[in-house]
Design a protein around this ligand. Structure first.
Ligand code: DGT
Ligand code: CA
Ligand code: CA
Length: 571
């Protein structure tokens, strides 16, 4: 189903045309069509095949042709052309939170601003406030947006690095000069954002490996080429470093280049204390400089008297001390998840029907899926009125009759109002199998108020889970400054599970808070917040965050079977 792709491309075109300053109704046509297709009940590929695109309201000949091209090829030449016409720096300005295409276009046309640096200075000098549609507050917001963007700039989200890494590794595996190959660096540790991608290979023919490496089709530019290290820039500006070592150094190099640097530094000092020398070539005897081990990571940790440490833990957060005592947790496995409890459907702002999402979940090996559409006051997300809730409950009852060994649970992602009250009455909340509570509006409150608001919602007896607790969006919205001690205490006392939201720009709660919460006896649920089929696969990023937060299977509700969670949730 390419509905979302079509929608995204049409919105992008509208933004780009706005930026170019096209006449109003031309861009409006793209937005109207995008909005229609966003909530279309049918598969756009089917509509295309059956030649019925013109029947969609707002789609004329020209648009139908474009949609057909997207549906058939997955891309649109017109979009690529538009992107080339507009200066790259202007496109980058679109990523600043609070700046839409209209504003960027106005800044360009009225003040000649075309780079972020010039924009920053103009804000600092108060030059924007006299422009129509701008004010002192806009200037402040833009400055904050630039700051936020810079914090993550040059870094990519975990899923982007992951997909690039997978593809590159698959390509490298086809090189017969390579013996072993692995992802290293922050991606192997599943950090939430990735600076550059590190890959390690072992081979006796490093030169040929490097030649093969730089021939990868997605390489934009070779930055540096040597026989031990080569760096390239991919088309989307992600840097990839490849190191090639001999087989008997593979484990040592993997350990070294997986990092983190802080973990490595401490590990090397442990080695020195025990009379060794440790580097990327192996573990050596300090006196005689004799190679001891280095083929695998395990043997290095073991020779140092340490239990093996999973890459996700290697952040120097007490893992080495704990490994020395052989007290590391048995981390939850990537395959230990039985179901996804945070999933949207076309009842609200999801792209697929309940049934389609359920089939996919079953195909993924799950035993259950929880459909959590938005609540009534979230109009932009087509939140469900109380009346539609009843209809949805009935639909799900019917769908369940079609499945065996699988169950669709009817939940909700109920909005928490500014005063901490929930967006549904208790009478309606009771109709759901389970309730996620989450904040989606009125983000600007004092830390104390936002903490009180959240805790008040958790105290509602119908609330089971707290959705994306800090509400951060990586690169776009700072997390709430919640009083975490109070939040964790409330979670434990009210028996509310904290969500680890797996959406790559959320990963909320994060790894550090997860670890602290666990130490306070808090329990978790990992949800994807999926709005389409692909999003269901984000689960692994949530599990990675759980692992980085030292969680075990027993700490996470959806590692339990359907029977067990029904008991937990009192269904
Ligand atoms: P990133 O790329 O910023 O997301 O983070 P990393 O951890 O991938 O860092 P990167 O790419 O600079 O280096 C890869 C690994 O190489 C790093 O995790 C540990 C190791 N490494 C890099 N620099 C040093 C260093 O100065 N000392 C030690 N011991 N290890 C280092
Ligand atoms: Ca890296
Ligand atoms: Ca690197």
């Amino acid at each position: 189903m390419k509905n979302q792709l079509v929608t995204d491309i049409l919105y992008q075109i509208a933004d780009l045309l706005d930026l170019k300053g096209e006449i109003f109704f031309k861009t409006r046509a793209y937005r109207i069509a995008a909005q229609t297709i966003e909530v279309l009940d049918e598969d756009i590929e089917v509509v295309t095949k059956e030649n019925r695109l013109r029947e969609i309201p707002g789609v004329g000949d020209a648009l139908a042709k474009k949609i057909k091209e997207i549906a058939e090829t997955g891309r649109l030449e017109y979009l690529d052309r538009l992107k080339k016409e507009i200066p790259e720096e202007l496109l980058k300005m679109l990523n600043i939170s609070g700046l839409g295409p209209k504003k960027v276009s106005s800044l360009y046309q009225n003040l000649g601003i075309k780079t972020i640096e010039v924009l920053r200075q103009a804000c600092l000098d108060g030059k924007l406030r006299d422009l129509e549609g701008f004010g002192e507050i806009t200037e402040k917001n833009i400055l904050r947006g630039i700051q936020l963007m810079e914090k993550t700039s040059g870094r990519v989200l975990l899923n982007v690095a992951y997909e690039n890494g997978e593809r590159y590794i698959n390509y490298l595996k086809r090189c017969n000069k390579i013996e072993k190959v692995s992802i290293a660096g922050s991606l192997r540790r599943w950090k939430e954002t990735i600076g550059d991608l590190d890959i390690l290979a072992s081979s006796d023919n490093p030169e040929e490996v490097m030649n093969y490496f730089v021939k990868y089709s997605d390489v934009q530019r070779v930055l540096l080429k040597g026989i031990t290290k080569t760096s390239v820039l991919l088309n989307d500006d992600l840097q990839v470093d490849l190191r090639v070592v001999k087989n008997n150094s593979f484990g040592a190099a993997l350990q070294y280049f997986t990092g983190s640097k802080e973990h490595n530094v401490k590990m090397r000092s442990i080695a020195i204390k025990k009379g060794f020398k440790l580097n990327e070539y192996g573990l050596f005897d300090k006196e005689k400089d004799k190679y001891i081990v280095g083929r695998t990571e395990k043997e290095i940790y073991s020779k140092l008297g340490l239990a093996y440490i999973d890459p996700e833990l290697r952040e120097n957060r007490n893992e080495l001390e704990t490994a020395a005592k052989n007290k590391l947790p048995k981390l939850v496995g990537y395959n230990e998840i039985w179901g996804d409890l945070h999933v949207h459907s076309s009842w609200s702002d999801g792209y697929e029907s309940v049934e389609t999402m359920a089939h996919q979940a079953k195909k993924m090996g799950y035993e259950y899926i929880g459909i959590t559409d938005h609540s009534q006051s979230l109009k932009v997300a087509r939140g469900l009125s109380e009346e539609r809730v009843i209809k949805k409950v009935n639909e799900i009852d019917k769908i369940n009759k079609k499945f065996s060994n699988f169950r669709v649970l009817c939940g909700t992602e109920c909005d928490i109002k500014p005063d901490g009250e929930l967006d549904y009455s208790d009478k309606i909340l009771k109709k759901f199998g389970f309730v996620y509570a989450g904040i989606h509006t009125s983000f600007k409150m004092t830390p104390e108020d936002i903490t009180n608001r959240t805790i008040k919602a958790m105290e509602n007896e119908h609330v089971d889970f707290l959705a994306h607790p800090t509400c951060r969006i990586l690169g776009r919205r700072e997390p709430f400054e919640l009083d975490m001690d109070r939040l964790f205490d409330a979670a434990r006392e009210t028996n509310t599970y904290l969500e680890i939201n797996s959406f790559p720009d959320r990963l909320d709660v994060n790894d550090i808070h997860t670890k602290l919460a666990k130490e306070k006896g808090v329990k978790f649920v990992i949800g994807t917040d999926a709005h389409n089929l692909n999003h269901l696969s984000f689960m692994q990023f949530g599990v990675a965050t759980a692992r980085r937060g030292w969680l075990e299977k027993k700490d996470i509700l959806n590692t339990y079977s359907l029977k067990e969670i029904e008991k937990h949730l009192g269904m």
